[in-house]
Design a binder for this molecule. Structure first.
Ligand SMILES: *Cc1c(COP(=O)(O)O)cnc(C)c1O
Length: 374
């Protein structure tokens, strides 16, 4: 018995649906376009190793992570495919990249020197990529200096093997593509420059999910999908692949039922007062598990029916109105995100209650909730 899985609230990952989503993406994949699966933050909370294995079975050939620990998890699961480390790596991280054969982005002479020295001592070479900042002001070398840097990097560091150039969109999934096209123009000026073309780099990539769906001109030789295989679109207006469905659900059990009399208060801050006799269910999950910190807002599903949250939810508990469910019983299954009967609560509903984006809703379910693959 694995005691760490004992909890009356949990995250469910529908691996059959995840496999189906990958198969659908594969069907739509343009020929010869390489695909990189972004599995950062435990594959947006879906399980990095499970996601990576299914990706490999469905034509993906590269992975990307944000931290060495995330890369290590893949290597320890015997995943040998190339792994790109997003962002800017420190000396310690570069040493780990060399040891684990992870591809870092090298965007300055300072980092190139550091990595080259590490590799020289180990008598080793390592593939590296360059990130070009085309307008997000985040990671990478500014596009105005990129050709010069790419040329230098490819010539002056005997232990570095430049294999690719990437950039990233600030907004690729909304109807207004003007800034995305502006960024794309800057990236093209870099990668179509004769000094870069001459290097015949196998990996030229800029598109995230939004770019894959909406900007075929920005596919180059590879696309990077993060959220798409999880059946969630980055926006409501981007193109869609029919058949993709969400993979993650969040569930709990009814642990206490309680009758309220007129005037009874519910929860911290006494944000709810019963104005009629009511029945409420207490659920063992709260904002400490990643549920939005709502007050008298939002609902869960019990017996396929919407049960509104009453009062302010706590770190570890929340109360919902079940007055309309005469047969509700202890241990009944509660859906906080996902499908129950004909009702569905999607990340986008939680987005509205928490005032955030789908990405945060997916990644915010905390590791204290067991993750169960079904
Ligand atoms: C997170 C990330 C992605 C994936 O974005 P999605 O919108 O989830 O497809 C791609 N590229 C970079 C650089 C990222 O940081």
């Amino acid at each position: 018995m694995d005691f760490s899985l004992i909890r009356n609230a949990w995250v469910e990952i529908n691996t059959a649906q995840l496999a189906e989503n990958f198969a659908i993406i594969e069907q739509y994949a343009p020929a010869n376009l390489k695909r990189l699966c972004v599995v950062k933050d435990n594959a947006y909370g879906h399980g990095a190793v499970t996601t990576a294995r299914l990706a490999l079975e469905n034509g993906y050939s590269y992975f990307a992570v944000e931290t060495i620990k995330e890369a290590l998890e893949l290597r320890q699961a015997d995943i040998k495919a190339p792994i790109l480390l997003f962002g800017e790596a420190s000396l310690e991280e570069l040493k780990a990249c060399a040891a684990l054969k992870i591809t870092p982005c090298i965007n300055s002479a300072y980092r190139a020197e550091q990595l080259n020295n590490v590799l020289k001592q180990a008598n080793q070479t390592l593939n590296v990529q360059v990130e070009v900042d085309t307008g997000m002001s985040r990671w990478g070398v500014p596009d105005t200096h990129a050709v010069e840097w790419i040329t230098t990097l490819s010539q002056q560091y005997s232990h570095l093997r430049l294999e690719g150039v990437m950039s990233h969109f600030a907004m690729s999934d909304e109807a207004d593509k003007s800034f995305a096209l502006h960024q794309l123009g800057r990236f093209k000026q870099v990668v179509h420059h004769p000094d870069v073309q001459r290097l015949k780099l196998p990996y030229i990539h800029m598109s995230n999910t939004g770019g894959l769906l909406d900007l075929p001109d920005a596919h180059f030789t590879m696309v990077r999908t993060g959220i798409l295989p999880f059946g969630i679109y980055p926006s409501l207006v981007c193109n869609q692949y029919p058949g993709l469905k969400p993979v993650m659900s969040v569930k709990a059990k009814v642990m206490t039922l309680r009758d309220l009399a007129i005037g009874d208060k519910v929860g911290y801050g006494m944000h709810f007062t019963a104005t009629k006799p009511m029945k409420i269910a207490v659920l063992p999950i709260g904002y400490g598990d990643g549920y939005p910190r709502v007050r008298n807002n939002g609902y869960v599903l019990i017996h396929g029916s919407q049960c509104p949250v009453v009062g302010g939810n706590a770190m570890d508990a929340m109360m919902v109105d079940v007055t309309h469910l005469p047969d509700v019983a202890l241990e009944d299954e509660v859906v906080l995100m996902g499908q129950q009967g004909h009702e569905y609560i999607g990340p986008r509903d939680l987005v509205a209650w928490k005032h955030t984006v789908c990405y945060e809703i997916l990644t915010n379910w905390r590791s204290r909730l067991p993750r169960i693959e079904v």
